[in-house]
Every structure is written in structure tokens, then in C-alpha cells.
Ligand binder design. Structure first.
Ligand SMILES: Nc1ncnc2c1ncn2[C@@H]1O[C@H](COP(=O)(O)OP(=O)(O)OP(=O)(O)O)[C@@H](O)[C@H]1O
Length: 262
């Protein structure tokens, strides 16, 4: 469904600050793929997401979604059919609006002018959605009152509610304490399965990367150096990942921390 062909991204080309963040990336994401994206700091993970989401233009190469060339399509247009959740829990929701209004907004995403009416049926639907995160009785509360974990869980529900063609999770549990990170991670897996979404998740948490999805890609210095799925993915362990990283990484000296740290 997503095809990335020969994508290169160079920041500040032709200057002393020139930085090749992605070099000739080729990646085919299949319908229903759920992919962990790992790699050391500065390896290009966020830049890859920024290219897919249209945050920055590619330097060269093409990106197609469902066979349509979206390489030059603006970010706000891609946002109608792509969901993205960031590390910062305040980014995906409006803090000065109620939980109810935030949820209503995500339901109308992509409806283009169609009127949304909030009624008892919608209220019951929202309460049901909020049950797993224990917020059913707080529909009228402002989102700004929620904790980081609650807010990120709400962002996740909202992103899944709009049924994106592709969901991009950009270290979405990194700012949470371990317990909330685990809760949000479990919800993420549940919603992706329930809504049959195609998703990619950047993480520095190797355990989450191993447990998440059917496929894992590893990046290093702007390249995809490993792409595993199926049985090979199922059999991954943290020591195997670190060993593969050490043998595949271009860096002369590569420590475990290179892959694991934030
Ligand atoms: N807007 C930008 N302007 C200039 N250079 C950038 C920009 N964004 C990223 N880079 C550079 O591109 C390279 C890749 O960065 P990127 O943020 O994609 O890495 P990452 O794998 O997401 O790292 P991290 O795990 O630390 O978040 C880095 O050298 C970074 O400094």
C-alpha cells in the first residue's frame, strides 16, 4: 500500500552543514503490516516519518500510497488519511476542549463539511471507547486536565477512530512512565488489531519493538540495514537485535547503548 522508492533527504545541501539524513531508501509496506522501526540516534527514523507524512519535501525519490504518487502532496492533505502520534502527549489533542469535543473532531476527520450531531448514541459510543482508560465519566472534562498517560491513550483512541490508511507512531510512549508506557502499548496493539490498521512505530524500547507487529526494520546512518518479518521477527530477542546491529551497523565502534538509548 505504501511504496517508498529511492528516497533521499539531504538537509542544507551544498553548505558546510550538509547532512544526508536518508540515502536511497526503498521500502514497500503491505496492507496490514505493523512495523517496528528501530535504530540509533540520528539514524533517520523521524526523517523517514517526516517524508511519509509530508512534513518536509524529499530531496529525490517518490512516495506512493495505494498506487497514487503523493510525493508532492502537502502534509495537511495527507493528514486526512494518515494518523501520526508524537512523543509529546499534548500534541494530538486540544487541551482547552472537552474529551467529548476532541472525540467528535476525530470522528468528523475526512468528512468534509458533513454535519456531526452529538446524541445519546454517540455519547454511549464515546463512553464505551473510554472504558479501557477509565475516562467514561469524564466526557465533559477538558483534556488539559488529564495526565500524560491518559492524554496519550486518548490521542491513540482518536487516531484509530478516524481509521487512517496508515498510522505513524513516533516514539509515542517515550515520554510516559514505565507503567503508562506499557498500558498505552497494550492499547495500541488492541486498537490496531480491532481496526485492522496498517502501522509503523518508531521506538527505542527493544522489548516493545520485538513484541509489536509482524515486521521490524532497523535503520543506521540513513539506511535500512535490516528488514525482518514472519518467523524471523517472532524469534527475535534483545541480544539477537544487538548482535545484528553490531554486525550490520556502518559505525566502526558500536555499543549496545547506540541502539537502546534515547
Ligand atoms: N530539520 C532538520 N534540519 C537539519 N538536520 C536535520 C533535521 N532533521 C533531522 N536532521 C538530521 O538528520 C539526521 C537524522 O535525524 P532523525 O531525527 O531522523 O534521526 P532519528 O533516527 O529519528 O534520531 P532519534 O532517535 O535521536 O530521534 C540527524 O543527523 C539529524 O541531525
Amino acid at each position: 500500500m505504501l511504496e517508498i522508492n529511492h528516497v533521499t533527504k539531504v538537509f542544507f545541501p551544498g553548505t558546510v552543514n550538509e547532512k544526508v539524513a536518508l540515502e536511497d531508501i526503498n521500502l514497500k509496506v503491505n496492507e496490514g503490516d505493523v512495523i517496528s522501526v528501530i535504530g540509533s540516534n540520528g539514524s533517520g527514523k523521524s526523517t523517514l516519518f517526516n517524508m511519509i507524512a509530508g512534513t518536509f519535501p524529499v530531496t529525490s525519490g517518490t512516495i506512493k500510497l495505494d498506487s497514487k504518487d503523493i510525493t508532492k502532496e502537502k502534509e495537511y492533505k495527507r493528514a486526512f488519511y494518515m494518523g501520526r502520534i508524537f512523543q509529546d502527549p499534548t500534541k494530538g489533542t486540544s487541551g482547552n476542549m472537552s474529551i467529548k469535543d476532541n472525540l467528535s473532531l476525530s470522528l468528523t476527520k475526512g468528512m468534509k463539511g458533513l454535519k456531526f450531531s452529538y446524541n445519546n448514541k454517540k455519547k454511549a459510543q464515546f463512553e464505551e471507547l473510554l472504558k479501557p482508560i477509565h475516562l467514561s465519566d469524564r466526557l465533559e472534562d477538558n483534556v488539559g486536565l488529564l495526565s500524560g498517560g491518559q492524554r496519550q491513550a486518548l490521542t491513540l483512541i482518536m487516531a484509530c477512530l478516524s481509521k487512517p490508511r496508515l498510522l505513524l507512531l513516533d516514539e509515542h510512549t517515550a515520554a510516559l512512565d514505565p507503567e503508562n508506557a506499557r498500558i498505552v502499548m497494550e492499547l495500541t496493539k488492541q486498537y490496531i488489531t480491532k481496526e485492522k490498521l496498517t502501522a509503523m512505530m518508531v521506538t527505542h524500547n527493544m522489548q516493545f519493538a520485538i513484541e509489536f507487529g509482524n515486521r521490524l526494520i532497523m535503520m543506521d546512518e540513513g539506511h535500512i540495514i535490516m528488514d525482518v518479518s514472519g518467523e524471523e521477527k517472532k524469534n527475535l530477542t534483545i541480544p539477537i537485535l544487538i548482535e545484528r546491529f553490531k554486525s550490520l551497523s556502518k559505525k566502526e565502534y558500536t555499543s549496545d547503548e547506540g541502539l537502546l538509548t534515547h
